[in-house]
Design a protein around this ligand. Sequence first.
Ligand SMILES: Cc1ncc(COP(=O)(O)O)c(C=O)c1O
Length: 406
Amino acid sequence: MMKGCQNECPAGGCTGGATKQASESFKAADLIINPATTFKEKPDPSGLVFGTVFTDNMLTVEWSLTSGWEKPYIRPLENLSLHPASSSLHYAVEPRGETEENLVPMVWLNEYTLFEGMKAYRGVDGKIRLFRPTLNMDRMVRSAARATLPCFDKEELLECIRKLVEVEKEWVPHSTSASLYIRPTLIGTEPSLGVKKPTKALLYVILSPVGPYFASGSFNPISLWADPKYVRAWKGGTGDCKLGGNYGSSIYAQREAMELGCQQVLWLYGEDHQITEVGTMNLFLYWENEDGEEELATPPLDGIILPGVTRQSILELARKWGEFKVSERYITMSDLTAALEENRVKEMFGAGTACVVCPISKILYKGKNLHIPTMENGPQLATRFLNQLTDIQYGREDSEWTLLVS
Ligand SMILES: Cc1ncc(COP(=O)(O)O)c(C=O)c1O
C-alpha cells in the first residue's frame, strides 16, 4: 500500500501505483451501457441556473470491502436508494438556504462524501473536449484516500466518464459560452452508525448543462467579505481535498457575506490574516510587490488550499510566458492594504472551472471597503488568461491539455 492511503485500499495505493491498483479497480472495458429510452427536452443554455438540470443518464459503480468494485454501468438517471444509516448521511453539517424564506432542502454532508467538478466543451470544430481531466482524476483519488473511501484506477474512471459524455453528447451545449458540467461523486454507503472506514461505497457521475458564468458575456467583478471569524480550512484538515463537508460548512459564512452586501467570502487564515481562497476559487494577485517587482502571486499549496486545475494552468501559462515574476507565496491582508495605499495593486481575481477567472473589485475588511482597481486595469491579465484558456477549451487553439471525447 502506498504511503498516505489509510483505507487499506485493495487497489494498492491512491496516488498512481499502476500495477496492483489497475488490476483491482473497475474497468471501462466492463462497462454495461443500458441507456435511457425516453429523453428530456434540452434547455436553452442561456437561461440555466447552475446545477439544476441533469442529462438522461448517469454512471454508477458500487464497491464493497468483500467484493471490491462491481462493473460500471451507464443507466438512466434515477434517485439513489440508501439505507438511512448510510455513512454518507451522518456526522453532518447542515447547510442552510440563502435566506430563511428560501431554505434549500436539508442535506447532510460529511467526510464520507467527495466530489469533482469538470466540464466538457463543444469546440468551434464541433468536437467535444475535456480540459486536463487527468488532474481531476488525480485530485479525486487523493480525496478518496483522505476520506477513507476506496481507491480506483484513474484512467479507468476517466474512460468511463468519456463514454458517458459520448452517450450524452447532444447535451453538450452548442455554444462557446456554455458547457456540460461533470460531477463525479464518491459516497460511503455502509449501513452503520459507527464512525469508521466505510465497507461499502458508491461512485457515480452525473452531468448538468451549464450556461455562461458571466451572463452579460463580459466580466462582472465581485465584492468580497474578509473576516477571520470563519475559517474554511486549517492545517491538518481537509481543505486541500474536495470533500463535501468543506463546502457544506462554508455556506453559513457565505450567507453572512451576502447579508453584508458582498457576493463571496475571502477566506483568511491565521493571526496575520493570510489571504487563502475566494468562495470556491483560488486567488491571484497581480501587483508590484514589496521589492518593486511585477509579480503574479497566489498562496502556496500548504494543505489549506485546494489545488485547482485552473490555478495550475494559470501558473504554468504565466511561467511559460516568462514576462513577470510568478510566485506561490503568502499574502496577508496587511500586505494587500499597504499595496493598495501605495497604488501597487493591478488586478485581483479568483480562478476556477466555473468561470475560469473572476475579477475582484471590492473587499470589505474590518468595516472598511477596500477598492481593488482590477477593472480600471483592464483587467488585462485576467482577460488574457480567460482568452487563452477558453481558446484551448473550445478548440480554437490546439493543446495537449485537452482530451477528445468524440
Ligand atoms: C475551494 C476551491 N478552491 C478552488 C477551486 C478551483 O478549482 P478548479 O480550478 O479545479 O475548478 C475550487 C473548485 O472546485 C474549490 O472548490
